[in-house]
Design a protein around this ligand. Structure first.
Ligand code: AHG
Ligand code: MN
Ligand code: MN
Ligand code: MN
Length: 336
């Protein structure tokens, strides 16, 4: 009967968040409304991504579609969708997007208590070849929603109230943490609802996979080079780790969360702060990893303790299984 009950007792993401909300009697449902607008944005991007190939065909005539509209690149289109969905939620006052140089301050009549930082389309280089891409977001509760300033988003990631991502792959998977563990939901296209499919995700303590762009090896610093060397030629007689690198952070992190192992985008001589952006890539993924029992390290400190000075600041990142990241920390500590 359990299976039967399961099939009929559909736990949608909205019901799940409402249940969570009952843990915060003081909340006025604002977070639920905010989240439902983020979910709406992800559903839209999911359909747009799935049609992107076809749309491209339609827009062959010089990048305009049949209505003569200027064809928007998917990451610009996704950005427009999320900015509009977040503003119309009436629950945000500041938005930071990878695609917008400046932060967006929501007009006073539509302001709410949350600041949202997001990467509307992560893994853009993989769009044209149909490889998994995603959306990443982090949410801060602001102190002053009447006259918000940029300081509200130049906060360490540990101050986030929620973080998550949506991966547009063979299925559309939404992974979320509101600070009480990590849960995964899969979109049922026939219902148009995200259904709880991965309750209480915990990352294995140690993994057999490392995930890094080996093409940057020439420019790595000592500890990173040593760590990767150990993955390939273990000294303790254990078997070498497998390398898996998709090139979309969302996909590489999702695999790491479910299978265990470590994802690293280290600093290198060309980019001393690495490539990934602190607010809307490093923080949300680090938040999720810690909530799932893993950890995230910048090479100098716990990633969530970092205080960004600029909304598009970058940081090196080593995240994943607790024990794997411990090894990296030991190598950097030995370096000091
Ligand atoms: P985005 O497409 O949002 O700019 O992010 C791309 C990022 C991230 O998704 C991925 O981990 C990384 O770029 C891959 O970089 P390399 O191609 O340098 O390995
Ligand atoms: Mn990205
Ligand atoms: Mn992006
Ligand atoms: Mn980009």
């Amino acid at each position: 009967h359990a299976a039967e009950a399961n099939r009929t007792d559909l736990m949608t993401i909205t019901r799940f968040v409402l249940n969570e909300q009952s843990r915060h009697p003081e909340s006025r449902g604002d977070f639920t409304i905010l989240l439902s607008n983020i979910v709406l944005g992800c559903k839209f991007v999911c359909t747009a991504v799935n049609k992107a190939g076809l749309a491209k065909l339609i827009g062959l005539a010089g990048e305009t579609n049949v209505q003569g509209e200027e064809q928007k690149k998917l990451d610009v289109l996704s950005n427009d969708v999320f900015v509009k969905a977040l503003i119309s939620s009436g629950r945000t006052c500041i938005l930071v997007s990878e695609e917008d140089e400046q932060a967006t301050f929501v007009e006073p009549s539509k302001r709410g208590r949350y600041a949202v930082v997001f990467d509307p389309l992560d893994g853009s280089s993989n769009i044209d070849c149909g490889v998994s891409i995603g959306t990443i977001f982090g949410i801060y509760m602001v102190k002053d929603s009447i006259e918000p300033t940029l300081d509200e988003v130049l906060q360490p990631g540990k101050n986030m109230v929620a973080a998550g991502y949506c991966m547009y792959g063979s299925s559309c998977t939404f992974v979320l943490s509101t600070g009480a563990g990590v849960n995964g939901f899969t979109l049922d296209p026939s219902l148009g609802e995200f259904i709880l499919t991965h309750p209480d995700i915990k990352i294995p303590k140690k993994g057999k996979i490392y995930s890094v762009n080996e093409g940057n090896a020439k420019n790595w610093d000592g500890p990173t080079a040593k760590y990767v060397e150990r993955c390939k030629f273990p000294k303790d007689g254990s078997s070498p780790k497998s390398l898996r690198y998709i090139g979309s952070m969302v996909a590489d992190v999702h695999r790491t969360l479910l299978y265990g192992g470590i994802f690293l985008y280290p600093a290198d001589k060309k980019s001393p702060n690495g490539k990934l952006r602190v607010l809307y890539e490093v923080f949300p993924m680090s938040f999720l990893m810690e909530q799932a029992g893993g950890q995230a390290f910048t090479g100098k400190q716990r990633a969530l303790d970092l205080v960004p000075k600029d909304i598009h600041e970058r940081s090196p990142i080593f995240l994943g299984s607790y024990e794997d990241v411990e090894e990296v920390k030991a190598l950097y500590a030995a370096e000091d």
